[in-house]
Design a protein around this ligand. Structure first.
Ligand code: NAP
Length: 737
């Protein structure tokens, strides 16, 4: 059997060295894992426990014949051990270590070697425990954890690759960093918390009634102080080895603590809430990042499948999740308003959370979200503060485009960036008109993110005719218009969603609408309000169609947004003969909402009016299902945009519906569908969430099971879909292959 390397020598057979050796042995990574420790008994114990293949009786011989030498001794012993092994290292020996600090390890190596050997690649596993010694060796210690390598300018690529491979055998994820950055990051994330834990326990232990204090200590105290049980000698060494970065972090922490102290002293609730909500949000954010990393392998490789059983009917009363566009805007305008805005029904999806985080970064105190409830302590139109760094908006196009208008008018500089997919999307469509208003804004390569926005520009109002219809561009300019001198007007070539205009009015800010032109005048204020975010009509659509096609159905969808720019699906279903009525119509934060009551009635095929297409563009996958269950022919045209959505929605629906026996033909801008019986079968959603959900409801009228592949994205856009579907009577279940 060929091995990755022949011989690995581990010097220092304690917790870390022993765990690494044991893992390499179990993985059969190399022919021989040899252990050396200054304590003979530790080596013998290592041999007995199967941690190593053999003990190094003669260190000189073992070093000169090893392919790779790992130093796993306390950091302060590094220099002495390097002196000891230096004479026996060959030009091809790869040398690495596991020390918790890196700057001083490299300095020690420089003192020993002068010019560093090309085979030397320092490293640090970010895993461990309070235990020590070879008896605590655990081959799974590094599995799923991170290891940081800090290759040096002289390190050979080949050596770095080998050390990286070694850690991969243990199941660790390997990251690269330079030495100084490593020490700075670890000072903040590991060394500072250890110092705080030691100091807190010591402080309380010195109090006279310490027994009582510890006796009544609850879980929080135990969690926070667990790491005070770590090895004092090791932490003494770490503090000395990483003194400067640690002192910098301690100073920052002390300043933060002093701010909190004075907030408590002065009873400054906003300041306290600001600190706690920011910390809570950051903690959740990091936990999510960390758990994503842990599960990324399984998530990516698994194909989430929905299995929908035939038959059933749809009954009950449900409320689907809140509208995304309105959730975004509630945070933005709530932050800019005077007073506290209370939001309920907020959609806690990643995009709207990115907006929320952006305003927290700019000093707005935002409580929640907690089960869709958010309390925003508005700072007024001129109360935003410079964020501590670039604002990261993830995948949210709405956030970056709307914020650019707002930030162009602030006194401070900002940078907006996003994830890989957002970084490919065009930003000049907002940057150009903002420059006409006097904004100083620089986009990245090819007019894409990041956007660098200079503060302190005095914006002047413009009248802008949008070359293409875009609600995001219109909203961006209106937000800039709140600050620009004069009256800012935007004319759109075709109607687009008007959530911003409506919500501005909901916050008491005058907006003028004149045909296709909308205008705002600067100088006003926004007044805090209450917003119960309407349920998203696009999410409601799956249930509307489900009830419309299934005999015996009787369903009420509560508090659905019926903004005139979004109600195409209601108009089209009505034309097809659906029995639906709007009840309890009302206005919330400027937006019209209603409860929608729908009962089964036989549907008939129609020619879908082209003026309804833009008002229902996201709803066509579900409407195609309705057409398959209608009597006669349905023709959809003027919907070429469907070909460039999350998937080519025309093609994917045509392929899937044909697989279920439907009579459907795709056309360049739509489809021709003749109603008939669907049978069961296997279809592919191609990662498109709306298609996955549409095929799920098709089973209500199919004669056999429908198996739907590639449904993972439903979890991000509509995480409660399967639960709600089951609640109203669909027999759909989630699994993976
Ligand atoms: P450990 O369990 O105490 O093991 C260290 C071993 O090295 C002990 O067996 C020790 O022997 C031996 N040793 C000390 N000086 C030596 C020398 N001159 N020659 C040969 N062997 C020597 O400590 P550990 O937790 O594994 O830590 C080892 C290294 O890993 C440290 O550099 C530490 O910074 C790093 N690290 C630790 C953790 C953690 O959570 N523990 C996490 C990441 C990295 P004696 O018992 O006789 O002293």
């Amino acid at each position: 059997m060929s091995h990755w390397l022949n011989k690995v020598l581990v010097i220092g057979l304690g917790l870390i060295g022993g765990s690494l050796a044991k893992s390499l042995r179990e993985q059969r990574a190399c022919a021989n894992v040899v252990g050396f420790d200054r304590d003979q008994r530790e080596m013998q114990e290592g041999l007995r426990l199967g941690v190593i293949d053999s003990m190094a009786e003669n260190l000189a011989e073992e070093v000169s014949s090893a392919d790779l030498v790992v130093l796993a001794v306390p950091v302060k012993a590094t220099e002495a051990v390097l002196e000891q092994i230096k004479p026996f290292l060959t030009p091809s020996t790869i040398l690495t270590d596991v020390g918790s600090t890196k700057g001083n390890v490299v300095e020690a190596a420089e003192r020993v070697f002068g010019r560093l050997p090309v085979g030397f690649v320092p490293g640090h596993p970010i895993a461990g425990s309070e235990k020590s010694g070879v008896a605590a060796a655990d081959s799974q210690l590094f599995n799923g954890y991170k290891v940081i390598l800090t290759p040096l300018p002289d390190s050979a690529d080949e050596a770095t690759a080998r050390v990286e491979e070694m850690w991969r055998f243990t199941g660790a994820e390997v990251l690269m960093m330079d030495v100084a950055r490593h020490d700075e990051v670890l000072a903040a994330t590991s060394h500072l918390p250890h110092i705080l834990a030691f100091s807190l326990v010591d402080t309380l232990a010195r109090e006279e009634e310490n027994l009582d204090i510890f006796r009544y200590a609850a879980g929080g105290f135990r969690d926070f102080t667990r790491i005070a049980g770590s090895d004092p000698t090791m932490w003494h060494d770490v503090c000395l080895a990483n003194k400067d970065p640690l002192l910098r972090q301690l100073d920052r922490f002390t300043a933060g603590l002093a701010r909190l102290r004075s907030a408590i002293e002065q009873g400054n609730g906003d300041m306290m809430l600001g600190t706690f909500t920011r910390a809570q949000a950051a903690r959740e954010h990091f936990s999510r990042i960390l758990s994503d990393t842990a599960s990324s392998q399984t998530m990516n490789s698994s194909n989430v499948i929905f299995r929908a059983q035939p038959g059933g009917s749809v009954t009950g009363t449900i409320r689907v999740p809140g509208d995304k566009s309105i959730s975004h805007r509630s945070i933005m305008l709530g932050s800019l308003a005077d007073g506290i805005t209370e939001v309920s029904g907020f959609l806690e999806g990643e995009d709207a959370l990115a907006t929320l985080q952006a305003f927290r970064d700019m000093g707005v105190v935002i409580e929640g979200p907690n089960q869709g409830k958010v309390r925003i302590h508005g700072v007024g139109l001129n109360g935003l503060q410079a964020p501590p760094g670039p604002i990261y908006v993830g995948n949210s196009g709405t956030t970056i485009r709307l914020l650019s208008g707002l930030l162009a008018a602030q006194q401070f500089d900002t940078e907006l960036s996003g994830d890989e997919s957002l970084s490919k999307r065009p930003m000049e469509r907002v940057a150009k008109p903002l420059r006409l208003m006097g904004a100083q804004i620089e986009s990245g390569e090819g007019g894409r993110p990041p956007l660098k926005i200079k503060g302190g520009s005095d914006l002047k109002a413009i009248s802008y005719e949008m070359p293409m219809a875009s609600a995001q561009v219109k909203s961006c300019l209106m937000l800039a218009g709140l600050y620009a001198d004069g009256v800012t007007s935007v004319t759109e070539p075709a109607p687009t969603r008007d959530h911003t205009e409506r919500m501005l009015q909901g916050f008491g800010y005058a907006v003028e609408q004149n045909g296709s032109e909308v205008s705002v005048t600067s100088g006003g204020t926004l007044t805090a309000t209450q917003i119960d975010v309407p349920a998203d009509i696009s999410s409601a659509t799956f249930f509307l169609v489900a009830a419309a096609i299934t005999p015996g159905s009787d369903l009420t969808l509560e508090h659905v947004g019926i903004n005139p720019t979004r109600v195409g699906v209601l108009n089209i279903l009505k034309l097809m003969g659906a029995n639906l009525e709007l009840m309890n119509e009302r206005e919330v934060g400027g937006e019209p909402v209603a409860d929608i009551h729908i009962r089964y009635a036989p549907l008939k095929g129609i020619q879908v009016p082209e003026d309804q297409v833009p008002l229902a563009i996201d709803e066509f996958p579900a409407l195609f299902i309705a057409a398959c269950c209608a009597e006669g022919e349905t023709v959809v045209s003027g919907a070429e945009e469907l070909r460039v959505k999350e998937s080519d929605r025309i093609q994917v629906m045509v392929d899937g519906l044909k697989a279920l026996g439907a009579d459907i033909e795709g056309t360049p801008d739509g489809a021709i569908i003749r109603g008939g019986q669907l049978h069961g079968g296997e279809v592919f959603a191609h990662g498109d969430h709306r298609i996955a959900m549409s095929f799920s409801i098709a089973a209500l009228r199919s004669s056999g099971e429908i198996k739907i592949n590639d449904c993972a994205n439903v979890a991000t856009s509509f995480p409660t879909f399967v639960d709600l579907a089951q609640e109203v009577g669909l027999n759909v279940n989630e699994g993976d292959s």
